[in-house]
Design a protein. Sequence first.
Length: 136
Amino acid sequence: TRFTVRRETNTTFLAVYDGAVEITNLARQKSVLHPQQQTRFSANALQPIHPADPARETWHKGILAADDIRLGDLVDELRRYQHGYINLSPAAADLRVFGGFPLTDPQQALDMLASALPIRVTRPLPGWTNIAPATP
């Protein structure tokens, strides 16, 4: 069986790519996910099953695949792998992102974004990264 499990703030995310996985939560609700299905669940609720997002499968290879997602969502994910702080300007958060970005090197991913989007990435202090709209 090949699957991804990820603990989130209030739920757990599960995607199955090969084989099957059974979920049983504390409320004794059960569900079985088959290949190419995903869901989120908590101790008391199972959310509906949806088709698996193929971009999530690249995660185990250390790549974050972005297919028309907000820069803010991509930065939120990179923060999980970054030592230090990433500050994202709200003025840049809604830019749309496409591509594959290395999770093992968030700074490289941010540099890639700066070369493709109208943003400026600065590092004013060790461990501190700022992302803002590029100035004309």
